[in-house]
Design a protein around this ligand. Structure first.
Ligand code: AMP
Ligand code: TRP
Length: 345
């Protein structure tokens, strides 16, 4: 992590969040979870939240929200987040998130939030009926990050615009209240082949929880048979065999996606994958991709099932995370109250 903001002198700290909505898929894993674990192993201080307040922005049954919160926590643990090294906690258990979000609602400008494309995508045609929460969702996200004075935020490419808003809010707060460098201007960590995993059925659409086709995504709970079936049915094109260099991937989004998945999971560069498979048919490449995917995911899936069977263990990890998250958040929120002129006893 060399792209530290130039003037902020606080510690480097990583923050990210995942919504407890539906099954996690390979895009979530490569765009987010795997990066969390890599950062943890590199020694970064990491805070990872199950952002259940964000999940409320769309209709969700209370029982599902609670179950899915535990499921995401289980996935954090199964992927290798160690609750002794990193903090994992449910967002709603640290009420300062909501408090700082309100302050930031009054810092962010309507025009900034109106530019956010995810609202338009998620609200669909009938934006009048969307919740107000869905509109201000990126402001809450900025509060999540800045409540911990996080300097680095690992996310998939779809969160880039939200990160820009968080940076704008940090700068505007620091300037309006004349507290230069109170909040760091957080850096997105988006790069790498996993940042934008596409649907297996359409190389121009991102892999998503909400795609009606199960064949479009690989879920973290999929069996080896599911993975094999989905990869074998993945769309390719009629433009011939595998190209032997990255130039040959131009105009072939489905092939580019499959090669990107292979590269992200195996740790090999795209060039090295292509030099191995260039000139060969998909009948050779796809089974190799199945092997790499199953080898990587099956231990995670097995651990995930084990952990889910022991909800008390999950709750222990979350409860300890809440204590540690609060210990960081409370003094920051106290400083914010003082800076903005809120009465304090
Ligand atoms: P969400 O499930 O929307 O809370 O997303 C959790 C994380 O996964 C975020 O960092 C997203 O950017 C990331 N993510 C979601 N879909 C993809 C995808 N298709 N490719 C890469 N990253 C993704
Ligand atoms: N908006 C993110 C998503 O949908 C989830 C999220 C909420 C998040 N708060 C965050 C990600 C803070 C990074 C940092 O994927």
């Amino acid at each position: 992590m060399t792209d530290k903001t130039p003037t902020y002198t606080g510690p480097e700290r990583v923050f990210s969040g995942i919504q407890p909505t539906g099954n996690l898929h390979l895009g979530n894993y490569l765009g987010a979870l795997k990066k969390f674990v890599d950062l943890q192993e590199a020694g970064s201080e990491g805070i990872y939240s199950v952002v259940n307040m964000h999940a409320l922005t769309m209709p969700v049954a209370p029982r599902d929200l609670l179950d899915q919160t535990r499921q995401i926590a289980a996935a954090f643990l199964a992927c290798g987040i160690d609750p002794d090294k990193s903090v994992i906690f449910p967002q709603s258990a640290v009420p300062e998130h909501a408090e700082l979000a309100w302050v930031f609602n009054c810092v962010a400008r309507m025009g900034w939030v109106e530019r956010m494309t995810q609202f338009k995508d998620k609200a669909g045609k009938d934006a009048e009926r969307a919740s107000v929460g869905l509109f201000t969702y990126p402001v809450l996200m900025a509060a999540d990050i800045l409540l911990y004075k996080a300097t680095h935020v690992p996310v998939g490419d779809d969160q880039k615009q939200h990160l820009e808003l968080a940076r704008d809010i940090a700068e505007r707060f620091n300037r309006d209240y004349d507290v230069p460098d109170f909040f760091p201007v957080p850096e997105p960590l988006i790069q790498g082949p996993g940042a934008r995993i596409m649907s297996l059925k359409d190389g121009t659409k991102k892999m998503s929880k909400s795609d009606p086709s199960e064949l479009s995504r690989i879920n973290l709970v999929d069996t080896a048979e599911d993975i094999s079936r989905k990869i074998k049915k993945a769309k390719t094109d009629l433009l011939g065999d595998m190209p032997s260099d990255a130039e040959g991937l131009k105009g072939r989004p489905e092939v580019e996606n499959l090669v990107g998945i292979y590269s992200a999971l195996s740790g090999e560069t795209v060039d090295s994958v292509l030099s191995q498979f260039g000139g060969q048919g998909f009948g050779v490449f796809k089974p190799a991709l199945v092997d790499v995917t199953v080898a990587h995911l099956s231990p995670i899936t097995a651990r995930y099932r084990e952990i889910l069977a022991d909800p008390a263990e999950i709750d222990r990890a979350l409860a300890s995370g809440v204590d540690r998250a609060r210990a960081i958040a409370a003094p920051v929120m106290n400083d914010v109250r003082r800076i903005i002129g809120f009465w304090q006893a």
